[in-house]
Design a protein around this ligand. Structure first.
Ligand code: ARG
Length: 470
């Protein structure tokens, strides 16, 4: 194992088993660039506090910027010595010690990894929230396109996965647009509450005055965002806090849940039994044994990954539960689930935004299902209610009418190839206001959808949003 950030107190060498068991470099190497940024801020503070001369500061800054470049090129991943280090903080300290010998030994003044690790995990999180939001907007754009392109198509709506009432495809996809909007807001709120602080030290603060922290660093530029950086108001909380990790994992879990439900609907719609959609062949996979198969594996994995995302959330919740203040090594285990959830959700969003654009609707199969007259039972009851029948009475009348229709295998409309039609006399037995003419006006998916007036129809707004998006 390479040089540690500690060791003075120890007279024995660490057992290799302990080194292997405790190190986190293979996971926290993801934080490399964020650790450098944190160090660049920290040396500003050291200069302000006169713990570094301007010349020393300049040399360290140059060295750190060179390391940052090396890290951004991903070359460091090939460094054979990387895995000898305990964690990424130790590795970068070692790099700077080689680049700026002597002066680099001052870098860790008034700093602890306890503070450093939380600072750079927060930076990583802020950066990745933005990336996820960008990907969400891409999926939303695809949903809007599907919604607008299929705004004229109605499908049976389901409750309990049973035929309920006709709905418009536009409205179906709009539901997911709403969900994704909430996901975006949830992530924005988390972004706003992540507070970047300095000066926690190991747990008790440092001897550098807060005003020196304050004047040395005020803002950090992340992409195009200016993120405020302030001296901590509670060093104890700063090094103990992993709420932001839990909040992110929770927001990603909810987002993953939404994508999982959308996937499930699409999987069902693509079955032979439904046959509502065709998922483009380039987004399907085959079977090694059954030559005819075209499987929706992408959607199945999105559905399945929800389990991983929840597992990651639960893992950090359980790790944090009951930990005594302040930092404990258990907290090192927050990073794997955090990075894993960010990776999964980005992959899901990326593939989904493309898959959605290639979905084709099979209007013939959909129309066949829409001809199920039971879908219009509520519309018949609504007609009676609008004509003065009490709801309870109307519900019973239509229930009996549907039961009669099913029992005798007849249509509520004039005769067709499959069924005999009901007569006006039969209908009038249920209620004098009912007739074949009335039925013809009710049993129609377009009329049914149009008659649902409680919705603030957003087609126009959405079409505008879509065009704006383009
Ligand atoms: N690798 C550690 C982590 O991720 C860094 C902090 C270690 N601090 C300590 N005092 N042992 O949490």
């Amino acid at each position: 194992m390479a040089k540690k950030l500690w060791g003075g107190r120890f007279s024995k060498k660490t057992d290799p088993l302990v080194e292997e068991f405790t190190k986190s470099i293979q996971i926290d190497k993801t934080l490399a660039q964020y650790d450098c940024w944190g160090s660049i801020l920290h040396i500003n503070v050291l200069k302000k506090a006169k713990l570094l001369t301007p010349e020393e500061h300049e040399k360290l800054e140059k060295g750190l910027n060179a390391i940052l470049k090396y890290i951004e090129s991903d070359e460091f991943e090939k460094d054979p010595s990387l895995n000898d280090f305990e964690d990424i903080h130790s590795y970068i300290q070692n790099l700077i010690e080689k680049k700026v010998p002597g002066i680099a030994l001052k870098l860790h003044t008034c700093r602890s990894r306890n503070d450093q690790v939380v600072f750079c995990t927060k930076l990583y999180s802020l950066d990745h929230i933005k990336v996820v939001q960008k990907f969400i907007m891409e999926v939303d754009k695809s949903l809007l396109k599907l919604a607008v392109d299929n705004a004229g198509v109605n499908i049976p709506g389901y409750t309990h996965l049973q035929h309920a009432m006709p709905i418009n495809l536009f409205e179906y996809f709009y539901a997911y647009h709403e969900m994704l909007n909430r996901d975006l807001k949830r992530l924005s709120n988390i972004y706003k509450t992540i507070n970047l602080t300095l000066g926690a030290g190991a747990l008790a603060g440092t001897f550098i005055k807060s005003k020196e922290y304050n004047s040395a660093v005020k803002l950090l530029l992340l992409s195009k965002d200016k993120i405020p950086v302030k001296p901590t108001t509670s060093a104890i909380d700063t090094v103990s806090d992993r709420d932001f990790v839990i909040e992110i994992l929770s927001a990603i879990s909810i987002l993953g849940l939404h994508l999982s439900r959308l996937s499930e609907d699409l999987i069902i719609w693509s079955t032979k039994e439904f046959d509502f959609i065709e998922i483009d062949e380039s987004f399907c996979t085959g079977s090694s044994l059954m030559p005819q198969k075209r499987n929706p594996d992408v959607l199945e994995l999105i559905r399945g990954y929800a389990g991983k995302l929840y597992g990651n959330l639960i893992s950090v919740l359980v790790t944090m539960k009951g930990l005594p203040l302040t930092y404990n090594r258990d907290m090192q285990l927050d990073k794997e689930p955090l990075f894993n959830s960010f990776t999964i959700i980005q992959q899901e969003l990326k593939v989904l935004s493309h898959l959605l654009l290639k979905i084709k609707f099979n209007e013939t199969a959909i129309k066949k299902q829409l001809s199920d007259e039971c879908l219009y039972a509520t519309d018949i009851s609504d007609f009676l209610v609008k004509n003065g029948v009490t709801f309870k009475e109307a519900h019973t009348i239509v229930g009996q009418l549907i039961s009669y229709k099913l029992k005798h295998g007849i249509s509520l409309l004039p005769e067709n190839e499959m069924e005999k039609g009901i007569t006006d006399e039969e209908l009038k037995k249920f209620h004098p206001l009912l007739s074949i003419e009335v039925m013809k006006r009710i049993i129609d998916p377009y009329i049914s959808v149009k008659n649902k007036k409680s919705l603030r129809r957003k087609l126009r707004i959405m079409t505008k949003e879509y065009i704006h998006h383009k």
